[in-house]
Design a protein around this ligand. Structure first.
Ligand SMILES: *Cc1c(COP(=O)(O)O)cnc(C)c1O
Length: 814
């Protein structure tokens, strides 16, 4: 895609302001972190319900971006760039994508449904790639933003498109249909996911089917409740395991770890083995087989390709590696689009100065190898990668396009040399096509620890932040509390994300937490809630801002600050308005004022207080009294000291329950991590942390036999017991054992039996089909942290912050 601004203006129905109508645009961006070749980038400032990308314009101008699609031009940047003004920037992005799509007329497969979209897409890509140059949605880019971005990557060398479309409410599919105009439709399993956005299942079905408005054929699992909504003019190619009327009739049979399908199609019958047993995988594989049949492949070819299907991992994961390295594991795909996404992700992670990229040959770019590797090299340079390790015959040929590059013909050759490459103190992105088996590299470089991990969904954190932002007045600032290692979820990674979202302040409990964030490169101002006098020097050295809550503390801080001849050093004054924990009381105000009046060493950056009952409306009166006292005391300070500080008193539940007391800033804590004390509000939040382990061993015990210390579980019948390597040393309360709590295995509840041990617990899996090595969820979607807290008569804060540091944190973006 190369288009001039002049040509883009009419496509977007935009009004153009600027001086350079002939600037050529090669890239589209919507995320300020994702830039290559800034001068040729057109940035769409997307306005979401709770966030507005116009705030990134200044930063982008600094990075050299000169072309923007906006709803309004920020006054101060008026003549500095080309501005294309539209009513709705998302709409404009979609128009642009639809226009681009119309330039091509090869078949486009459009996939929708509630479950399995990404898997079917990835599998079809694998199955059809020997014969086509395929463009597909990267990862699960299937939203109102993801679909246009995927489509814009189509180029003239592609001859087949595979895109997924996902919706959460009505009227969304029409828009995606206009962008994709699929010629071949696939409807995957319609489950109950995302039902909130629809009045009923019928409405959801109708809406999803809109994707196939222009399709020449629809492939689907025949079912009366779908048939009722189908447009009679739409041609279908249906399958079923129940309904003999379907075009293709299939009988399933399990054999060992595979499933044998007996397929009756037209006049013939044949068998195909697929390497899965669970219903979802079998259904997804059948959708793929149907598509291949539709494309005219013979059963032999289908069988030989389907045999090689693999589990799909779409998440980018961050893991600890050997010798102080950080691994970003994206070892299942290697197309150009997803390389871009992975490099963006790398940028947002804990940074070592040194960054290595291990990259395999890239397939199906649609470009010539020469063009492709030039583009890749440009991308890598703009992401400041210090070393490139290329694996594969093709990338080896283009070695000299990269700055610091070593190549190997294949993965095994690389692994045999791994020692000599001296990996250490660096971030390593591992990105390869499936055939290269890069999981072997991840395995070789991964730090070996036990199998229990806390997975943190970074998208969910952004979602929750935006949710609470939407409750604030436009001018209200936001401090986010990342104390106690981000409520157990990880300090740096979350701080980095918050920095991107331009929150105004971070809050930590102790100086060392703030120091480690600053050392890792966090630039946001950080308030320290509970500074000890012994840490004041370190606080100053690292530019942290202390909360001052007593005269003793103030005097000690002033003494050091004066010694260091500081001027206007920011401090925060804490008032005690009823919590009776920390803070100045009414009686001490006079002395505080006297001490601070005309003082040039420090500057009162903010005045704060903390509420004792913001979550409990039974104490509504008390809360209002606290707010009133805060108003009175802070006003007095402001008047006497003639200052203009930021005032703040609300924590998460305060934001929800006392919106009038937002003052100039709020302090968001637990809400960011997906927890509200209000059931209605809870529905709007997304789950952030999932604590996961695996089954180490399974055994069957007879009636009368016992499990664990003290024989506290006695089997009353033959019972299948699974052992999971997580215990109270990992932060799981012993009160959660002995039949009180449960874990989730394959979406089913498994009760914890017997006492929880230090490093292990045992669960009853008599009624669950499971194997050793299968994943176990300790908390997450189910059971939720809130549920566990309730059962254990504590609060979610305690459950979250109890998870021991020996449990590895893995961060991912969807
Ligand atoms: C922890 C804390 C918060 C955040 O509280 P949440 O209930 O988690 O939102 C706000 N202010 C102070 C002073 C805190 O200590």
């Amino acid at each position: 895609m190369v288009l001039s601004i002049k040509n883009i203006v009419p496509i977007l129905h935009a009004q153009w302001f600027g001086k350079h109508p002939n600037t050529l645009i090669e890239n589209i961006a919507i995320d300020s972190r994702s830039l290559q070749n800034g001068a040729q980038t057109l940035f769409f400032a997307i306005v979401g319900p709770n966030n507005d990308a116009h705030i990134y314009i200044e930063e982008l101008l600094e990075k050299g971006v000169r072309n923007f699609v906006v709803t309004h031009i920020p006054e101060s940047f008026k003549d500095q760039a080309n501005f294309l003004v539209v009513e709705n920037t998302l709409d404009a992005l979609q128009k642009f994508a639809a226009h681009h799509r119309d330039l091509f007329d090869f078949p486009i497969i459009g996939i929708t449904g509630s479950n399995g979209k990404t898997i079917v897409k990835e599998w079809l890509n694998f199955l059809l790639s020997p014969d086509y140059n395929i463009i597909r949605s990267p990862k699960s880019y299937n939203s109102q933003v993801g679909v246009p971005l995927s489509v814009i990557a189509i180029n003239a060398q592609h001859n087949l498109g595979i895109f997924e479309a996902g919706i959460s409410t009505v009227h969304e599919m029409e828009k995606l249909e206009k962008i994709l105009k699929p010629t071949i439709g696939i409807l995957t399993n319609i489950g109950s996911a995302h039902d909130e956005g629809f009045a009923n299942i019928g409405e959801k079905m109708k809406e999803k089917l809109k994707l196939f408005h222009h399709a020449k054929i629809l492939i689907y699992n025949k079912n009366k409740s779908i048939d009722a909504f189908l447009n009679p003019k739409l041609k279908t190619f249906s399958w079923s395991c129940k309904d003999e009327e379907a075009d293709v009739f299939i009988a399933k049979k399990s054999i060992l770890d595979k499933t044998l399908l007996k397929i009756r199609y037209a006049e013939s019958t044949f068998e195909i083995k697929i390497p899965f047993q669970d219903d979802a995988s079998v259904e997804n594989a059948i959708q793929c087989i149907m598509t291949l049949l539709y494309f005219g492949y013979n059963p032999k070819t289908i069988e030989s390709r389907v045999e090689l299907l693999f589990p799909v991992e779409m998440r980018l994961k961050v893991k600890n590696g050997i010798n102080n390295t950080m691994l970003i594991d994206d070892s299942y795909s290697s197309d150009f689009q997803s390389l871009k996404i992975a490099l963006d992700f790398l940028e947002s992670q804990k940074q070592y100065k040194k960054k290595s990229l291990i990259l395999s040959d890239i397939f199906q770019s649609g470009l010539s190898d020469e063009e492709l590797y030039s583009k890749v090299s440009q991308l890598i340079i703009s992401n400041k990668i210090s070393r490139v390790i290329g694996i594969g015959e093709t990338i080896s040929k283009f070695k000299n396009k990269f700055l610091n590059c070593i190549t190997f013909p294949n993965t095994d050759a690389f692994i045999s040399q791994i020692e000599s490459l001296n990996f250490g103190n660096e971030t390593i992105l591992i990105k390869g096509a499936r055939t290269f088996n890069f999981e072997k590299i991840v395995h070789a470089l991964e730090e070996k620890t036990h199998e229990t991990v806390l997975e943190i969904n970074l998208n969910a954190i952004s979602h929750n932040l935006n949710f609470f932002k939407s409750k604030l007045k436009p001018k209200t600032k936001m401090m986010v509390m990342v104390k106690a290692f981000g409520y157990g979820n990880g300090g740096f990674e979350i701080a980095k994300l918050l920095e991107h979202h331009k929150v105004d302040y971070l809050g930590v409990a102790f100086a060392d937490e703030g120091i480690s964030l600053k050392n890792d490169g966090i630039k946001l101002p950080i308030m320290v809630l509970n500074p000890e006098s012994t840490s004041f020097a370190a606080i100053i050295q690292h530019q942290l801002e202390p909360e001052i809550y007593s005269l003793k503390g103030l005097n000690a801080f002033l003494k050091i600050a004066e010694q260091k001849k500081l001027k206007n050093y920011p401090i925060h004054i804490k008032l005690d308005t009823g919590m009776h924990r920390l803070g100045f009381e009414t009686e001490q105000l006079k002395e505080l004022i006297a001490r601070l009046k005309d003082n040039k060493t420090v500057q009162v950056k903010s005045i704060l207080s903390h509420m004792a009952t913001s979550d409990d409306l039974e104490h509504h009166e008390f809360a209002l009294e606290q707010i009133a006292l805060f108003e009175k005391l802070s006003s007095e300070l402001i008047f006497e000291l003639k200052i203009k500080p930021i005032r703040h008193i609300l924590n998460t539940s305060g934001i929800s329950n006392y919106p009038k007391a937002q003052y100039d800033m709020v302090r968001l804590g637990i809400g960011l991590y997906g927890i509200s004390n209000d059931a209605e509000e809870q529905i709007n939040l997304e789950n952030v942390g999932t604590l996961k382990s695996i089954i180490s061993q399974i055994r069957t015990i007879d009636m009368g036999e016992s499990v664990g210390y003290g024989r506290r579980f006695m089997a009353t019948k033959t019972t299948k017991i699974a052992t999971v390597p997580i215990g109270y040393a990992d932060g799981i309360s012993r009160h959660w054992g002995n039949g009180v709590g449960f874990v989730t295995i394959h979406d089913q509840k498994a009760t914890i039996v017997g006492s929880i041990c230090m490093d292990m617990l045992m669960v009853d899996v008599t009624d669950i089909a499971c194997l050793e090595g299968d994943p176990v969820i300790i908390f997450g979607e189910s059971p939720t942290v809130i549920y566990i807290a309730e059962k254990l008569q504590t609060i979610p804060y305690e459950i979250l912050t109890s998870i021991s540091q020996r449990v590895k944190r893995i961060f991912y973006r969807e």
